[in-house]
Design a protein around this ligand. Structure first.
Ligand SMILES: CC(C)(COP(=O)(O)OP(=O)(O)OC[C@H]1O[C@@H](n2cnc3c(N)ncnc32)[C@H](O)[C@@H]1OP(=O)(O)O)[C@@H](O)C(=O)NCCC(=O)NCCS
Length: 420
């Protein structure tokens, strides 16, 4: 860095903010105004570290009879639509909107490409509310140009089990960006959540907003390094050749742990118990019951895969791992259109090291021909990332709670929640 750029031009002038603090604020974008989020019941940057603020709800519920009954106003050329994703036509519209306009990496090389089966799974958990799947259409043409979705979830925050909405798939068509449509969509989903007498929400974003309860990092484990390098997902390391790289990431043909097998319907009660016991150690985690486990963890081809370790003698189920499937479109490659990615979901160990379990997860993901295995540094994942040859990704994933304050941000290892 050039020294001179950092110097204060007027030596006698006392800078308002220490340059180091300013720099930190800038990187965290804490200095930035948030015209919308400053009006919402979320932790505000100015309250960071204030010990007098109580943990829990920020705002009390509004009596149901006082809730706004009609939707928020959209600019006159647009109208609200409630999306029934069971309808093949609507599902295709949402799929196309997201496929062309949803999250991209910083260099715009890849864009999430959630499959239709995945969307159906993600939006239809037990007790879902059809009214929380909200679209915006252009009046006249009917074209779907924006979407936001909520699903209900019980989430434990420290010792409180809180009924929440998980908000996901916020997307505004590229041509309609920066017109303040997102705040209206967030307000509208919030209104519909309130109508179900639910007052808290959880969501994640790559951007810094007021105020993350936890900031996590993605790590990536190459399964098909040649393709990843060819499409620009990863780079050949210094002093590495392609063949040495392929050798470095080579995995055994079959899994190593005795009794490792796919989860089945009959395993639901045991897996629920294993998971509940395991997740109890984290500060924020879902409160899964058997119905949730059946929905979220029973294997669904190309959506979610779950495996467990069954002791061959006692038939006891002792360990469990899972990953979900979220491909990305490759935007600039002549040879490939899709990056096939598996994402670590919930993993539980009681008998074998987590490292060994995850090594088997990598092996089955490779057998299924995924190109890369991604994992956040949440729960105990740090214990295996480096050793299993995951590399750190750029950018972060921030977790947020709406209308719920926790005193101190969590370390990723204290977080037991994975959102899709
Ligand atoms: C995210 C997206 C819907 C925001 O729409 P936009 O047209 O860029 O922004 P708008 O002018 O409508 O609204 C801006 C406000 O939304 C907030 N916002 C932007 N992204 C957000 C996000 N991911 N979650 C919550 N709020 C967000 C901004 O912070 C800003 O509020 P502020 O002034 O209080 O800071 C749009 O950029 C998009 O579809 N991006 C691609 C998909 C994506 O990233 N989705 C979010 C996944 S977490």
């Amino acid at each position: 860095m050039e020294e001179s750029n950092d110097k204060n031009p007027d030596e006698n002038q006392i800078p308002e903010v220490d340059p180091l603090v300013k720099k930190l604020q800038d990187t965290l974008s804490l200095g930035k105004r948030h015209r919308f989020w400053e009006t919402q019941p979320v932790g505000q940057f100015k309250d960071l570290g204030n010990p007098t603020l109580l943990e829990g709800s920020i705002e009390a519920p509004t009596p149901l009879e006082e809730l706004r009954q009609d939707p928020y106003n959209l600019p006159s050329q647009y109208e609200w639509t409630t999306c029934d994703i069971n309808s093949e036509e609507t599902c295709t519209e949402i799929y196309n909107l997201l496929t062309n306009n949803y999250v991209e990496d910083d260099e715009n090389m890849f864009r999430f490409n959630y499959s239709k089966e995945f969307l159906l799974w993600a939006l239809h958990p037990p007790g879902y509310f059809p009214s929380w799947h909200i679209g915006v259409r252009v009046k006249g043409s009917g074209k779907l140009v924006a979407f936001i979705a909520g699903i209900p979830a019980r989430i434990r925050v420290l010792d409180q089990i809180v009924q929440m909405a998980e908000i996901n798939f916020l997307c505004v068509h590229k041509k309609l960006r920066s017109k303040r449509l997102a705040p209206v969509m967030i307000k509208e989903v919030t209104r519909r959540v309130h109508l179900e007498n639910i007052w808290q929400a959880a969501y994640t974003a790559g951007v810094v907003l007021p105020t993350p309860v936890c900031s996590c990092q993605y790590w990536h484990r190459s399964l098909n390094p040649k393709k990843l390098i060819e499409v620009g997902f990863s780079r050949l390391g210094a002093r590495m050749t392609m063949s040495r790289t392929i050798k470095l990431y080579k995995l055994p043909e079959s899994t190593v742990t005795l009794g490792f097998r796919a989860m089945e319907l009959r395993d639901i009660p045991t897996v629920t118990l294993l998971l509940r016991t395991y997740l109890a150690q984290f500060d924020v985690a879902p409160d899964f019951d058997e119905n949730d486990v059946e929905h979220w963890l029973l294997p669904k081809e190309n959506v979610v895969h779950s495996y467990l370790v069954e002791n061959p003698e006692t038939l006891e189920i002792t360990d469990f791992c899972s990953f979900y499937i979220l491909p990305s479109s490759i935007l600039g490659s002549q040879n490939y259109s899709t990056l096939k990615a598996a994402y670590s979901y919930y993993n539980v160990v009681t008998q074998i090291p987590l490292l060994q379990l995850m090594n088997d997860a990598l092996i089955v993901a490779k057998q299924k021909d995924y190109d890369v295995f991604n994992a956040l540094d949440v729960m105990h994942n740090e214990s295996f990332l480096k050793e299993l040859k995951f590399g750190p990704g750029d950018g972060q994933l921030h977790y947020y709670l709406y209308n719920y304050r926790i005193r101190q941000a969590l370390r990723p290892s204290e977080l037991g929640l994975v959102l899709l």
